[in-house]
Design a protein around this ligand. Structure first.
Ligand SMILES: [Zn+2]
Length: 289
């Protein structure tokens, strides 16, 4: 890394520390009576609506509201327990609690014919690590950017079938692998895939495991990933909601044509269906009884 990028990072890090300290200070010293709460399962997201919201906070980090609400995404691997949350409006701020509850994830045993995806050659392993290194920074980008979307999102394909396998514990040919960080939809090859919201394409290329994939930033730290495509839009494109970004395929480690959808919101991998099919049942922060 160049020394210039190091020095430009330093003020940002300080700002983050100061935000953390000031949010912590609010909780520790002048906290009003905590009287708001919500339960959210692992991989879920909570919504806190309010009038004229200006900021939101969780885990000592503050962020912008989107579409008139504060959104609290919970990573699917985050341990159950309590988390402090806050929202700011023109008249002041309020705090609450978010209770993370455990979700049961299915187990999927997959028989895979091509051993190159099970026991990687040194060359493929190196390639996989290079690709991971490329993805890592984009997962943490654009948290401060205003959200370019309103919820719920549009469908990623027409006649979307029931999704499956979010967070699944998987074995490939009997060998355990990482939990599945997305939802799979059985859709025929060649079916058009649509952007679910306006955004910017930040990666569009072929990777070892995910095949031809498209990553789209929607602002507010929300990133959507579409994998195993047979064709894809050009990297760097800006897309509108409903715009075609590629076609369903079976590239990479895939047992047949399907669309894999992944969603990361401010670093938390969540079940994509909360913002599409299940958007009517998003847990709401409410005054405690
Ligand atoms: Zn998948």
């Amino acid at each position: 890394m160049h020394s210039t990028s190091k020095t430009s990072l330093a003020p940002r890090r300080w700002r983050r520390i100061i935000t953390y300290l000031s949010v912590g200070f609010l909780f520790a010293t002048v906290s009003p009576a905590v009287n708001y709460q919500v339960e959210v399962e692992q991989g879920g997201v909570a919504q806190w609506e309010g009038d004229d919201l200006t900021r939101c906070a969780m885990d000592g980090k503050s962020f912008l509201p989107v579409d008139g609400s504060c959104w609290y995404p919970i990573d699917f691997k985050r341990k159950p327990g309590k988390v402090e949350i806050a929202r700011w409006a023109s008249e002041g701020y309020e705090t609450g609690w978010l209770e993370i509850v455990a979700r049961e994830f299915v187990t999927q045993d997959i028989e895979f014919p091509d051993d190159k995806y099970i026991h990687l050659s040194q060359e493929d392993l190196d390639r996989h690590f290079r690709e991971q290194a490329k993805i890592k920074p984009i997962l943490r980008k654009d948290w401060k950017k205003p959200g370019l979307f309103t919820l719920p999102f549009g469908p990623p394909a027409e006649n979307l079938p029931q999704g499956e396998g979010f967070g699944a514990h998987r074995t490939f040919n009997g060998e355990p692998r990482a939990q599945h960080r997305g939802t799979d939809y059985a859709i025929s090859a060649g079916v058009p895939v649509a952007a679910i919201a306006p955004g910017d394409v930040v990666i569009a290329e072929e990777h070892f495991f995910s095949g031809l994939g498209v990553y789209i930033h929607h602002g507010n730290g929300l990133l959507r990933a579409y994998f195993h495509l047979q064709s894809a839009i050009e990297n760097g494109s800006s897309v509108g909601q409903g715009e075609k970004i590629g076609e369903v395929g079976s590239t990479g480690r895939s047992t047949g044509p399907h669309m894999h959808l992944g969603m990361v919101w401010r670093g938390a991998w969540i079940d994509p269906e909360w913002l599409t099919l299940k958007s009517d049942s998003i847990p709401q922060v409410q005054e405690a009884p």
